[in-house]
Design a protein around this ligand. Structure first.
Ligand SMILES: C[S@@+](CC[C@H](N)C(=O)[O-])C[C@H]1O[C@@H](n2cnc3c(N)ncnc32)[C@H](O)[C@@H]1O
Length: 234
């Protein structure tokens, strides 16, 4: 006998600050942009729950997809890894559009900063969350239980292929002076464009705001992109 759907309270513990100002360009999974930096600062009361967190190199973040445009539940979705055409059930995907829009990402814990006012900041790498995402829980990543080498994943067995990323000279000089060249390369090489654009000629210019800087790129061929410009925040 199925149980009746019900609602339960969800408490947020903090808001994540990240390099990604909008959904476009935000990696489609954790770890795809290892240079991506994020911080999560917890208030003194909540931070009491972080005692001992330094023990762990990686953490699971559970968070709320707060930028989903509508509350409509999409029971069948089109994963980009299936080319954006074939539909599968939402529970067979990692789609953000879920009946309860909770996300799950394994991230690297780089540092723990304890502040004089009792707040604690976790410095994280590799997150796939947009800046401002509400976090609802943190759990340690347990390699013996969470890494399952024999696991099957059929249409998502390996990480997605990479584009070759080239740079216009001026853009590269700016990016390397700012220390964001690796981040930009990691974001563009995973090809954030919609699945239906891939493999087709494309002369559009794409843009994303990464660590506060506006980056623009276009495709040279179906598998090569070039970074055109990098603009300072105005
Ligand atoms: C496919 S989901 C995977 C997230 C998580 N690793 C998971 O499996 O639950 C990643 C995408 O969610 C979107 N996203 C990230 N943060 C979001 C937020 N706060 N609200 C809505 N969408 C978000 C971005 O477009 C990002 O590329």
């Amino acid at each position: 006998m199925p149980t009746e759907p019900t609602s339960l309270p969800v408490r947020t513990i903090g808001v994540l600050r990240s390099d990604f100002d909008q959904k476009f360009g935000t990696p489609r999974q954790a770890g795809l942009a290892p240079s991506a930096r994020a911080t999560l600062t917890l208030d003194p009361e909540t931070a009491r729950g972080l005692d001992g967190i330094e023990t762990w190199s990686h953490l699971w973040l559970l968070f709320w997809f707060h930028l989903n445009r509508d509350a409509e539940v999409r029971w069948r979705v089109r994963p980009p890894r299936l080319g954006g055409n074939d539909k599968v059930g939402v529970f067979a995907t990692r789609s953000p559009y879920r009946p309860t829009p909770i996300g799950l990402s394994a991230v690297q814990l780089e540092a723990v900063e304890r502040h004089d006012d009792g707040c604690v900041t976790l410095v994280l790498r590799g997150a796939d969350l947009v800046d401002g995402t509400p976090v609802v829980d943190i759990k340690p990543y347990l390699p013996y239980a969470d890494a399952i080498p024999s696991a099957r994943a059929q249409w998502s067995e390996a990480a997605p292929g990479h584009l070759v990323v080239r740079w216009s000279e001026g853009a590269f000089d700016k990016a390397s002076a700012l220390g964001i060249d690796a981040l930009i390369t990691e974001v563009i090489r995973q090809d954030p464009r919609p699945a239906y654009r891939k493999g087709n000629p494309d002369d559009r210019t794409y843009g994303a705001r990464l660590r506060g800087h506006e980056v623009r790129w276009t495709m040279l061929t179906t598998d090569e992109a070039i970074v055109l410009t990098l603009e300072e925040p105005s």
